[in-house]
Design a protein around this ligand. Structure first.
Ligand code: SF4
Ligand code: SF4
Length: 320
């Protein structure tokens, strides 16, 4: 039996919505088949008010063993470092986060806001939001770069806006069933099993990427979304085209550019109109080229692909 406590800070509940839609395994499977006991969750917990506070205090005193502490949302520190803009069960949420993180065997941050601060931490960041152990790409965040939970692991980061439901439920199962030792984390503390390949891996538009056939407008069925619509698939570590959403699709399969939500720099644009679904270029060259390429090799590959592009690659076709 593994006790899981899930709290929310500066959150929209998107990761909760995602988690509740998990299928392999589902949230119910976690309880019935994998020995997870959900101590409390904002959408599932039965207790209110003092009842919740008692659970949290029992976790701190050791009366209840806290195996996995899951945090969703940013850690809000405003105003003036007090955290009073986000109070929960009688005190600033950030104070619960500090103490529960130290009491837990494992700490899991779910979603961009909990991992790196997400959208709330974009300057001017009025809520003084940060992530559990990173502030954007900088190590540290709220708990500090040296933090490790009782298990000896740092905060396990499952980013995404929201994170895919199965990334959450599968990591919870791995931890709850004693297989946390099998998890290898990357430099951003993301499980490598999910965050080594790119969104582009498995994208059905890859042939069009290779032949530099561009989707120039939303709704076009063929073409690659990189050249004109700002797709971040070649830069973004995510399994979105391997572990499909709703078991059947992904953004790029549906004709929507990847917006890079599993990387700490998300949102990547200043969000001014016209800047999001666009590929910034200088003298016709994208300002960023796919990971592992330099501008010279990119130019060579693109020129070769474009000149070799067969007629069919420019025809209207289903790519899903
Ligand atoms: S649509 Fe995006 S992910 Fe797919 S091939 Fe093009 S750049 Fe890569
Ligand atoms: S396709 Fe890109 S933006 Fe969409 S969920 Fe995956 S990583 Fe995030």
């Amino acid at each position: 039996m593994a006790n899981v406590l899930w709290l929310q800070g500066g959150a929209c509940s998107g990761n909760t919505m995602s988690f509740l839609n998990a299928e392999e395994p589902s949230a119910c499977d976690l309880v019935t088949d994998f020995g997870i006991n959900i101590l409390w969750h904002p959408s599932l917990g039965m207790e209110l008010g003092v009842g919740v506070k008692n659970i949290l205090e029992d976790c701190l005193s050791g009366k209840i063993s806290l195996d996995i502490f899951v945090f969703e949302g940013s850690v809000i520190q405003a105003p003036n470092g007090t955290g009073n803009w986000n109070r929960f069960a009688g005190r600033p949420m950030k104070d619960w986060v500090t103490e529960l993180s130290n009491a837990a065997q494992f700490v899991v941050a779910v979603g961009d806001c909990a991992t790196w601060g997400g959208i709330p931490a974009v300057p001017p960041n009025p809520s003084d939001s940060t992530g559990m152990q990173f502030h954007k790409r900088a190590a540290g965040g709220f708990l500090g770069s040296n933090f490790v939970s009782k298990s000896g692991l740092p905060v396990i980061n499952i980013p995404g806006c929201p994170a895919h439901p199965d990334w959450i439920s599968q990591i919870l199962v791995a931890v709850a069933t004693g297989r946390a030792g099998d998890l290898t984390l990357d430099e951003l503390n993301r499980p490598k099993t999910f965050f080594t390949s790119f969104t582009q891996t498995g994208c059905t538009r890859n042939m069009h990427f290779a032949y530099k056939v561009s989707t120039t407008q939303f709704g076009q069925r063929n073409g690659c979304l990189f050249y004109d619509l700002g797709c971040r698939g070649p830069f973004t570590r995510s399994p979105c085209n391997r572990i499909l959403w709703n078991r059947q699709s992904s953004k790029t399969r549906a004709g929507m550019p990847c917006i890079g939500c599993t990387e700490p720099e998300f949102p990547h644009h200043d969000l001014k109109p016209g800047t999001v679904f666009a590929t910034p270029t200088t003298l016709g060259l994208p300002n960023e080229v796919p990971v592992g390429m330099n501008k010279r090799s990119y130019l060579t590959v693109v020129a070769a692909g474009k000149s070799a592009a067969p007629k069919w690659s420019k025809e209207d076709m289903f790519v899903v």
